[in-house]
Design a protein around this ligand. Structure first.
Ligand SMILES: [Zn+2]
Length: 396
């Protein structure tokens, strides 16, 4: 009975009913518009503008922002529920794809960023933190010792974990996942909703593997992407392989050829169409980007899979393996002399993110579903209306 009354209320956009707001309804259909109240009825419904996550975010009380922290979205209870469900969903997949979650610091000393190369190549996008007041008795005398950077990425922290004890070839692949908040100093004019922010969370993952394991790890990651995006009914998406830049790159050309060959074979096995971006790889290794097309035809780069030969070297990472010369080339041998020799081999690092920024993916999902969330993501999954004469109470 109550539903009938509710459906009969005005559904014109300029007179939002409380129930339509609570139900997160899609924009009214043509049929619904024709049935609305006489003062707003029209046979030609106005064109529906594309969904905007910033407007829907306010309407559905998902997030807000503050002048006191520009670019750092404040997730309200409804937004936090969606965020947590996305993270829980990813955690369930981690059990299936062999990732172990870790929790790493938000700030590191400048010395770490020097070692990782961020100070040299990324400092414009980083925030600096000064640790103590001069009055503190434990304040470092050397001012550089006292300077920290807010982390823009998790990779250096994961390298520290790998380096924390001796590894054997039998331990690999090692896969770490991390949902820590990240900070990047985007210019203030570029900040927007949940898509261009200064503070965000990635479903960040790093795989430390043997050169011979690259292809299998990429294949599994592409499968991971397929499972996640089909669950959200997002897509279509396209895959692009970016190869060795013409001049500014590190590592031997043979290493690049081996890595690119492994990526190509994994892409072929995925059965999905892919294209090459010749010379567009990162200076430290080739990469696969997943470019998603939204319902308005706009393209968004979301997931990414990047090979990195450089960072493990900068952190002196190694694992013990027999026949190290063969191992480095990703080859195997049955030669007993070669197998009698053991040595340290540098692992290959694969950076991968399936959702990318969780906040950014939330923005895409808000617009993709136009606010009509599937049940498992809906922040208000049930609502009970009790009707007792004049007294009416609403309970969650
Ligand atoms: Zn990384």
């Amino acid at each position: 009975m109550l539903f009938k009354r509710a459906v009969a209320t005005c559904i014109c956009p300029r007179i939002p009913s409380r129930l339509s707001r609570l139900r997160h309804t899609k924009p009214p259909s043509q049929y619904a518009v024709q049935r609305s109240c006489s003062s707003h009825a029209t046979t030609k419904p106005p064109p529906i503008p594309p969904a905007d996550h910033r407007q829907l975010g306010v309407q559905q009380e998902l997030f807000t922002t503050s002048v006191y922290s520009p670019g750092s979205p404040i997730l309200l209870p409804n937004g936090a529920r969606i965020f947590n469900r996305l993270v829980e969903f990813l955690r369930r997949q981690y059990a299936r794809y062999g990732f172990d979650e870790v929790i790493t610091p938000t700030i590191y000393k400048k010395a770490l960023w020097k070692k990782s190369g961020h100070l040299e190549n990324y400092s414009d996008d980083m925030f600096t933190v000064t640790s103590t007041s001069p009055s503190r008795s434990d304040a470092a005398k050397d001012s550089e010792e006292d300077e920290y950077g807010l982390k823009p990425m998790n990779c250096p922290g994961h390298c520290l974990i790998f380096a924390s004890h001796l590894r054997s070839y039998r331990d690999l692949p090692i896969r770490y996942a991390d949902f820590s908040p990240l900070h990047r100093n985007e210019i203030s004019g570029a900040l927007s909703g949940l898509t261009r922010v200064r503070r965000f969370h990635q479903d960040d993952g790093h795989i430390f593997c043997r050169p011979s394991q690259i292809e299998e790890e990429i294949r599994k990651t592409l499968d991971f992407v397929r499972v996640v995006y089909s669950t959200f009914k997002l897509g279509p998406y396209r895959l692009t392989l970016s190869t060795r830049p013409a001049d500014h790159y590190i590592g031997a050309p043979e290493e690049w050829e081996t890595a690119e060959g492994a990526l190509k074979r994994a892409l072929d096995v995925s059965g999905q169409d892919w294209t090459i971006n010749e010379g567009d790889g990162a200076f430290y290794g080739p990469k696969i980007d997943i470019v998603l097309r939204d319902s308005d035809g706009k393209e968004h780069q979301t997931a990414t899979i990047q090979l990195d030969f450089q960072l493990p070297k900068r952190f002196d990472l190694g694992y013990v393996a027999p026949a190290p010369e063969y191992e480095r080339r990703g080859e195997t041998t049955t030669d007993p002399d070669a197998l009698n020799e053991t040595g340290l081999v540098t692992p290959v690092l694969i950076h991968r993110a399936v959702l990318g920024s969780v906040e950014r993916l939330m923005a895409l999902l808000i617009e993709h579903y136009n606010g009509a969330w599937p049940f498992w993501l809906n922040p208000r999954q049930s609502r009970m209306f009790l009707w007792a004469g004049k007294a009416r109470r609403t309970r969650r």
